[in-house]
Design a protein around this ligand. Structure first.
Ligand SMILES: [Zn+2]
Ligand SMILES: [Zn+2]
Length: 415
């Protein structure tokens, strides 16, 4: 018989403590983005197919096999944020307001191919896009910000890899250089890369096959593939990274799989994630706004994978829901007990009660399971004197407290 309680393959349910960890990551990132002058945007998960095909490129892996299409509508579930933010930026003519904008977003992204280990159908990105400047300071700052987010969330042992792809012209020259070089060693490449040499030779550079790696390591890849101005920009970015104490690995084989990237590209990798090891990536896309029909405006951004970050966070988050439990006896005193609960909540004290009619012993057991700090016991005798029993669950001690003092006493003792 079909089970009706199975989640879709490649999706995750987040519940405590994972849901708390997720929220912590989002909160910490949001705080840092705001510190750096970013504004939050919330965009739909649905987009027109064309936006992505035009942006990331016909031959990119995303378009070839990864997009989650809704065939009947020519609509897709977004695979990443950059193309979409650019679509929004042009459609709303944001550039008319000022000549410089910084946006960040946190939300789900989707993949159409069959889910496998480490590759989910629905996953989450924390990302940002900055429009309107070519400054190498911005390249440095965006990278630094991503590093700060990873660090503040407790993601450790991260290496920054970076490279420069140069401008459109440099990319074209580099592509031709690669085609020339790789044609000669085509026989030594893996099956996929054999097909890539003419269509998407850049992808051969980050193929994980040993045979392809060997061919790539024999190529003479240097910054000399860049034109003077792109090389100067990249050298400046590198010197700024040094100046601001951001360690990096210059990796001339780093190309990223998406057509829109130009000049600086980077990836954050961890040896702990295995082969598909990036937990975030980004770069410049100086021509994308223009290519999608907007004015010529340079831009840069990055995205961090929340699920991958969570795999790398060692420290368990603090689970804290209700801090106070209200118990009562006998059962007909429930209305008074509920009144006490209500006054605690009105004073902002996280608190709860049993909604089912249970004897005091079971109520106390429930309080223990909830892990509350205090239990307030509303008893008939004590209530006659305007008092309650306050039980400290951590120390297993209890004493009488005046009903009028309860809120003050709890506020003093709850951190
Ligand atoms: Zn150039
Ligand atoms: Zn290969």
């Amino acid at each position: 018989m079909k089970k009706y309680y199975e989640k879709v393959k490649g999706t995750l349910d987040f519940y405590p403590p994972r849901s708390i960890l997720f929220k912590n990551v989002a909160d910490k990132a949001g705080k840092l983005f705001k510190t750096f002058g970013y504004e939050e945007i919330i965009l739909p998960v649905l987009e027109e197919t064309g936006v992505f095909i035009k942006s990331v490129g016909q031959t990119s892996d995303i378009v070839r096999k990864q997009i989650f299409k809704i065939e009947s509508k020519n609509i897709i579930l977004r695979p990443e944020g950059t193309a979409q933010v650019v679509r929004f930026y042009i459609e709303k003519a944001i550039y008319r307001q000022r000549d410089f904008h910084k946006f960040f977003y946190i939300g789900p992204m989707f993949r159409g191919e069959r889910p496998q280990k480490g590759r989910l159908r629905q996953f989450h990105h924390i990302g940002c896009e900055v429009f309107g400047s070519q400054s190498p300071y911005l390249d440095m700052e965006v990278i630094k910000l991503a590093m700060l987010i990873l660090e503040s969330c407790g993601v450790e042992k991260i290496t920054l890899k970076l490279n420069s792809l140069g401008c459109e012209k440099d990319k074209k020259n580099f592509k031709n250089f690669l085609i020339r070089e790789l044609e000669g060693s085509k026989e030594k490449l893996c099956l996929v890369c054999k097909g890539r040499v003419l269509t998407n030779p850049l992808r051969v550079l980050d193929c994980k096959h040993q045979s392809c790696k060997r061919v790539v390591s024999g190529l003479n890849l240097t910054k000399n593939n860049l034109c003077d101005s792109c090389r100067a920009h990249f050298e400046k970015v590198l010197s700024l990274l040094k100046k601001f104490n951001i360690p990096y690995d210059y990796d001339p084989t780093l190309v990223r799989g998406l057509d829109y990237y130009s000049n600086t590209v980077f990836e954050f990798v961890s040896s702990e994630l295995g082969a598909k090891d990036a937990c975030g990536a980004g770069g410049r896309y100086n021509d994308l706004v223009k290519n999608l029909g907007g004015p010529e405006i340079p831009a840069i951004g990055f995205a961090l994978g929340v699920e991958r970050m969570m795999l790398l966070i060692k420290e368990a988050p603090q689970v804290s829901t209700a801090k106070v439990f209200v118990a009562y006896t006998p059962r007909d005193i429930y209305p008074q007990a509920y009144k006490v609960l209500n006054s605690l909540r009105e004073n902002g004290i996280p608190s709860d009660i049993s909604y089912n009619d249970r004897p005091l012993k079971r109520q106390l057991r429930l309080a223990q399971k909830l892990g509350v700090d205090f239990t307030v016991i509303v008893g008939e005798e004590e209530l006659k004197d305007g008092c309650l029993i306050l039980r400290n669950m951590r120390e297993s001690t209890q004493n009488k407290v005046k009903l009028d003092d309860l809120v003050a006493v709890l506020k003093e003792n709850l951190c």
